[in-house]
Design a protein around this ligand. Structure first.
Ligand code: ZN
Length: 234
């Protein structure tokens, strides 16, 4: 633990530049560093219960440093509640063991147009500020001969949303996952979301939203994109 603390401290201290800018200069301009969620090689060395215990202690420390009185009846249970919520709920998608199991079925209906599952409400959290991202995802695919249950499209969005995220990565992770599962490049994902780090703090813009898209295979034409938007806006 001693050793790990030293490593963490030196990471927090680092003055290393990113593309020539310091972390402070980058400020609220969110960086997207890659398709995979950056995880340590030993990310799952601790069990979920061990993680909850450790997070509860650390969160109690944060509250204590902020001057909150943990003897207060209302606050006393907060560190454990937060720890449980992190591991079992809002960051449960970090653990591959929680990935939805998906069964593929033959496309017996021979439906060969795009299938659009729209307005999937999700709650995620920004990995730069740990405050909510709230939005809607629209996912679409054209069957290559295989289909999946509609609820699985929804569940896959929720799985990737339940991580510290940046919207570009969330969009691409869902798109690539569905391409893999459905064994086809013909997948599209559009995400329209509000970031509380933009509305409730920082620049405090309450009206802007961020839209990102992933167009694979047959979706990469203006006609297909228009058709998809017609379904979504219908
Ligand atoms: Zn943020």
């Amino acid at each position: 633990m001693e050793n790990q603390n030293t490593v963490l401290e030196s990471l927090l201290d680092t003055q290393e530049l990113l593309n020539g800018y310091s972390h402070e200069e980058i400020g609220d301009d969110h960086l997207y560093t890659g398709i995979d969620t950056p995880m340590k090689p030993n990310a799952f060395a601790l069990s979920d219960d061990e993680k909850k215990e450790s997070i509860a202690q650390l969160f109690a420390k944060i509250m204590d440093v902020m001057g909150l009185d943990l003897n207060d009846d209302s606050l006393r249970g907060t560190p454990k509640r937060v720890a449980k919520m992190f591991i079992d709920e809002i960051y449960s998608g970090l653990n591959p063991a929680n990935k939805p199991k998906v069964a593929l079925f033959e496309n017996k209906y021979h439906y060969n147009q795009m299938l659009v599952e729209k307005d999937i409400t999700f709650y995620s959290n920004c990995e730069h500020h740990f405050v909510p991202i709230i939005g809607k995802a629209h996912v679409a695919y054209i069957s290559s001969g295989k289909v999946i249950g509609l609820s699985k499209l929804n569940r896959m969005v929720q799985y990737y949303a339940k991580r510290p995220q940046v919207q570009e990565r969330l969009t691409n992770q869902i798109g690539i996952e569905l391409q893999t599962i459905l064994e086809t490049p013909d997948v599209a994902v559009i995400i329209d979301a509000k970031h509380l780090c933009v509305s409730s703090r920082g620049i405090q813009d309450d009206t802007s939203a961020t839209v990102t898209s992933f167009y694979g295979g047959a979706f990469n034409t203006p006609e297909k994109i228009q058709e998809l938007y017609n379904y979504i806006n219908n």
